[in-house]
Write a protein that binds this ligand. Structure first.
Ligand SMILES: [Fe+2]
Ligand SMILES: [Fe+2]
Length: 239
């Protein structure tokens, strides 16, 4: 079987759902991940991203957990919304240049699909948290919300000033998210298989996961797709 190892900023949500399902196979995941596993981000995304990952680990623990995922997912959807807004701003300035308009339309397409995907993560994981753990309002809701507000503007201006900086910073976050979900499904497989999924939001989104194992595997796959797409987008954004 020939696996897709590419994704493109012009992929539709349906294309990415199919890719997500393919990535359940170890061989497909390995070949997809390999393309950017050794990608070297620049100095500033490495320092800034490393610091923010350290903050997350310090506040919510190094080990993956439902509560950590919830806090991280509140923030994870924000840069995509920022970039969609940045693309809208840039289109306002360059609508007379069809080539540039197409470039920003592609950024907008990628950002919109990813932000809806990340929104699904936070909604569904929040409903799982209600069953599995007890969230602290300040620690698990207000702090990530305040950070998300601040991060919206950071990601927006970073994109306008340097798309490479914004996208490489996202590569650092998405790599960390992929590692955390990979560890979580590997360590909790038996337990997660016993927990059925029943989420109206997930059904509305169009994804069918029978149990929490299938759901968290699909989230893991989403994160590696976001990681790779961030780098694919650099090539388009810096042309
Ligand atoms: Fe996510
Ligand atoms: Fe993501």
């Amino acid at each position: 079987m020939l696996y897709r190892v590419q994704c493109s900023p012009m992929d539709t949500a349906q294309d990415l759902e199919l890719l997500n399902q393919e990535l359940n196979a170890d061989a497909a995941l390995e070949s997809f991940a390999k393309k950017y596993d050794n990608y070297r981000v620049g100095f500033w995304p490495r320092v800034l991203g490393g610091f923010l990952v350290w903050c997350g680990n310090t506040l919510y623990g190094k080990a993956p957990s439902y509560l950590k995922f919830r806090a991280v997912e509140i923030i994870a959807r924000v840069p995509y919304h920022s970039w969609e807004s940045a693309a809208f701003t840039l289109l306002t300035m360059f609508y007379q240049n069809e080539e540039k308009a197409l470039k920003y339309a592609e950024l907008s397409n990628f950002s919109r699909i990813a932000k809806e995907n990340e929104t699904m993560h936070v909604v569904v994981i929040s409903s799982l948290v209600q069953k599995e753990s007890k969230a602290n309002v300040i620690f698990h809701s207000i702090i990530p919300l305040l950070f998300a507000f601040f991060y919206f503007w950071v990601a927006y201006w970073f994109y306008l000033i340097s798309p490479r900086l914004a996208l490489e910073l996202n590569y650092v976050f998405e790599s960390h998210a992929f590692e955390q979900y990979s560890l979580f499904v590997a360590e909790n497989k038996e337990n997660l298989l016993k927990k059925p999924m029943d989420s109206k939001y997930l059904a509305w989104y169009g994804r069918n996961s029978e149990n929490q194992y299938e759901f968290f595997m699909s989230v893991r796959n989403d994160e590696i797709i976001h990681r790779n797409m961030s780098i694919e987008e650099i090539e388009k954004a810096t042309k």
